[in-house]
Write a protein that binds this ligand. Structure first.
Ligand SMILES: [Zn+2]
Length: 286
C-alpha cells in the first residue's frame, strides 16, 4: 500500500491517474518509457549535439539547402576563403591544367527534326579554338601568379622558422657548452635536469644582454631628452596693410588720392596694419 502511494507521485507513469501534477513534484518516472522511444531520443540527441571537439567521425553534409535569393557563386563562402588565404589560415593551390584531350560528345536526343545531326567536325578548327582558350587561361593564371609573387605558404614559413631555430641552436652550441662547464664547476653535484635548466636560463640572459647592448649602441650622441623648442618658439603671425578709405578725387590735393590718409600713390602700402595670429585659438564658436 505504501509502495503504490509513493508511485503515484511520479509524473509520466500511466498509473498516475491524471495529467496534472503539483509544483513540488520533482521526479519523473522514466521506467515505463519504451526502449524504442528512449533509443530514438538518444539518437536524435547525439545527432544534433554540437561537435565542438571534433570527436565524431567525419560525414558528408546531407543538407540540400540552397539559398535561392543568391547566385550560385555567392552561395559559396568564397570571400571568406579568399580572406583566410590572405591572412594565412588557408593555402592557395595552383590547379594543374587539364589534359588537352578532346572527347567526342554523346548524343542523347531521339528526335532530330530540324537539327543538324552531322557529327562532322574540323579537327584543326577545334585545335585552334583550344589553343586560343589555353592562351587566355594561361594569361589569367600568369596575372594571378604575379599578384602572389613573394607569397609564402604557412607551411613553408613554419619550415623556415624551424630551420632558423635549428641554425641558432647549432651556433649557440659552443657557448652553451662553455656555460655548462662553468656551471658544473660551480655546482658539481647538480642533476642533469637542473643543469640544462640553468644553462638555458643563463644563455637567454646572456643573449638578452647582448641585444640590449646592441640597442644601446644604436642611440647616437645627438639624441637628447631636452624638449625641442624650434617648433614652440616660432610665431605664425601674418601682417597685412590696407587702406580703409576709398580711392577718389580729393579737393585738398587737387588730384586723386586715398581718402583715409591722403596718399597720392594708388599702390602705396596701406595706412592700417592688420595683424593675424594664426596660432591663436578660435573660440568664436564655443
Ligand atoms: Zn590710407
Amino acid at each position: 500500500m505504501q509502495k503504490s502511494q509513493s508511485a503515484k507521485n511520479f509524473v509520466g507513469r500511466v498509473t498516475t491517474g491524471g495529467l496534472n501534477y503539483h509544483k513540488d513534484t520533482h521526479a519523473f518516472d522514466s521506467s515505463m518509457v519504451p526502449d524504442k522511444a528512449r533509443d530514438a531520443v538518444a539518437e536524435i540527441r547525439e545527432l544534433t549535439a554540437a561537435d565542438i571537439l571534433c570527436l565524431k567521425p567525419p560525414a558528408w553534409s546531407k543538407s540540400t539547402y540552397v539559398d535561392r535569393t543568391k547566385y550560385y557563386t555567392d552561395q559559396l563562402p568564397l570571400r571568406k576563403k579568399k580572406f583566410e588565404i590572405h591572412i594565412g589560415l588557408q593555402d592557395f593551390h595552383n590547379l594543374d591544367p587539364h589534359a588537352n584531350k578532346i572527347y567526342k560528345g554523346t548524343e542523347l536526343r531521339n528526335d532530330y527534326t530540324g537539327w543538324n545531326v552531322s557529327t562532322y567536325f574540323e579537327q584543326n578548327e577545334l585545335k585552334k579554338r583550344l589553343k586560343n582558350l589555353t592562351e587566355k587561361s594561361s594569361e589569367a593564371t600568369a596575372k594571378v601568379s604575379q599578384k602572389l609573387q613573394g607569397y609564402l605558404k604557412p607551411s613553408m614559413s613554419q619550415t623556415k622558422f624551424n630551420e632558423k631555430l635549428r641554425d641558432e641552436k647549432i651556433s649557440d652550441n659552443e657557448l652553451r657548452n662553455k656555460i655548462k662547464e662553468q656551471y658544473l664547476y660551480e655546482c658539481p653535484k647538480s642533476s642533469a635536469e637542473k643543469t640544462s635548466a640553468e644553462v638555458f636560463k643563463r644563455l637567454s640572459e646572456y643573449k638578452l644582454k647582448v641585444k640590449q647592448g646592441e640597442i644601446a649602441n644604436m642611440n647616437t650622441d645627438d639624441e637628447t631628452y631636452r624638449p625641442s623648442l624650434n617648433r614652440n618658439l616660432t610665431h605664425n603671425i601674418e601682417r597685412k596693410r590696407v587702406h580703409d578709405g576709398v580711392w577718389m578725387y580729393s579737393e585738398a590735393n587737387q588730384k586723386e588720392s586715398w581718402s583715409c590718409c591722403m596718399c597720392e600713390d594708388f599702390n602705396a602700402p596701406g595706412c592700417i596694419v592688420k595683424i593675424r595670429n594664426k596660432d591663436r585659438w578660435i573660440t568664436i564658436s564655443l
